[in-house]
Design a protein around this ligand. Structure first.
Ligand SMILES: CNc1nc2cc3nc(NC)[nH]c3cc2c(=O)[nH]1
Ligand SMILES: [Zn+2]
Length: 372
């Protein structure tokens, strides 16, 4: 069994759940946030820095690694873990989302998706079989099925046809998967914002008996209350004894809302992406370090944070580095942002264990500046 999920407890007052995910590269405490390492690196951080900040699992992108350096080279290097010197769990997505979000010229057929390489413009073709071949070569512990993430909004007939094709593709992924014993293949539930279609997609995929399931098709521009509504009626349809992964989420409030509705796994480029333009998530809300107000602020980025950045450098110094485009500046903001979200998930896990999730959410929202 490549991946086994253990449900430890459900929080007394909400749908939040505390679990443990056993994988070939170690145990993951859930709920969990996965930093994104698109091109086999979480930008600017070493594996040691990721571990120092508590990262348990990272995500890499199949589409990007297929283009550069190519999955055969990663395979010859001994797989992604060896290639990037990361000995903890890795999850790879299947390229579906990148194709839909990066490439405008694309043609979807039953066979797969024809599109253009976003770097060279050359014609490319991804199918369920090709995606699985690449993911098997990369060797991640958890691999995602090749699906279509429909645009938002989309009409009901399109959503229905799309989810039914995604189910047929999921079946083909399962048949093409060469390493089910050490790579767990997760199915991805689609159906847009439609309750009936989400139910149909969930039932069809559960029929195929995957070791874990993702909720796809969200965080695609829909309003937050719509996303939360879709989660409200989708997570209860998902098996209790298997991990639930909400793809592409998210910001601190989205993490709270997803955990509250029974999600176990999250990934998002937010912390690393906004760090690169000097925006930091702190216990007192967002800090845009470029701001002139920090010019003579010799205090820590976040007074309540014990990360390397907050223990050793001032806001004035980090602002100076970011203003001068010094690489060390974005390393410091990235270290802090990754630490911040991973620490937040630690706090959320503890709050679930002690049945005080709602209190934690309330106090976090107030200090961060969210409206409840
Ligand atoms: C790999 N398949 C797949 N990836 C996704 C990644 C996403 N990332 C976001 N917001 C940043 N939404 C997503 C949806 C999907 C989705 O529906 N399918
Ligand atoms: Zn910090």
């Amino acid at each position: 069994m490549a991946v086994r999920y253990e449900l430890l407890k459900t929080e007394k007052h909400t749908g939040a759940r505390r679990g443990r995910l056993h994988t070939p590269h170690g145990v993951i405490e859930t709920p969990i946030f996965m930093p994104v390492g698109t091109l086999a690196t979480v930008k600017t951080l070493s594996p040691e820095e990721l571990k120092d900040n508590g990262a348990q699992i990272i995500l890499s992108n199949t589409y990007h690694l297929w283009l550069r350096p190519g999955h055969e080279i990663v395979k010859e290097a001994g797989g992604l873990h060896k290639f990037m010197n990361w000995d903890r769990p890795i999850l790879t997505d299947s390229g579906g989302f990148q194709v839909f979000s990066l490439s405008d010229l694309r043609k979807i057929t039953e066979e797969g998706v024809q599109f253009r390489n976003h770097l060279s413009g050359e014609k490319l073709f991804l199918s369920p079989e090709k995606a699985i071949e690449i993911e098997n070569a990369l060797g991640a512990d958890i691999i995602m099925a090749f699906d279509e993430c429909p645009p938002f909004p989309a009409d009901r007939q399109y959503l229905k046809n799309s989810l039914e094709r995604t189910t047929r593709w999921a079946k083909r992924c399962k048949e093409a998967h060469a390493r089910p014993h050490d790579q767990a293949l997760f199915g991805i539930i689609q159906g847009g914002m439609d309750k009936e279609l989400r139910k149909q997609s969930a039932e069809e995929l559960i029929e195929l008996d995957f070791p874990g399931y993702a909720v796809g098709g969200l965080s695609v521009g829909e309003p937050k209350d719509i996303m939360n509504e879709v989660l409200e009626f989708t997570t209860p349809l998902m098996p209790k004894d298997k991990p639930r992964y909400l793809m592409g989420v998210g910001s601190p409030d989205d993490l709270f809302e997803g955990v509250e509705r029974g999600i176990d796994m999250f990934d998002c480029v937010l912390p690393t992406r906004i760090a690169r333009n000097g925006t930091c998530m702190t216990s007192v809300g967002k800090v845009v370090i470029r701001n002139a107000t920090y010019q003579r602020d010799f205090g820590p980025l976040d007074p309540n944070c014990d990360c390397y950045t907050c223990k050793n450098y001032s806001r004035a110094y980090i602002r100076h580095l970011i203003k001068c485009d010094e690489v060390f500046g974005i390393r410091l903001t990235t270290i802090h942002n990754v630490h911040f979200l991973i620490k937040l998930m630690d706090d959320i896990r503890k709050a679930i264990e002690e049945d005080r999730f709602v209190e934690l959410k309330k106090s976090f929202y107030e200090s961060y500046g969210y409206t409840l």
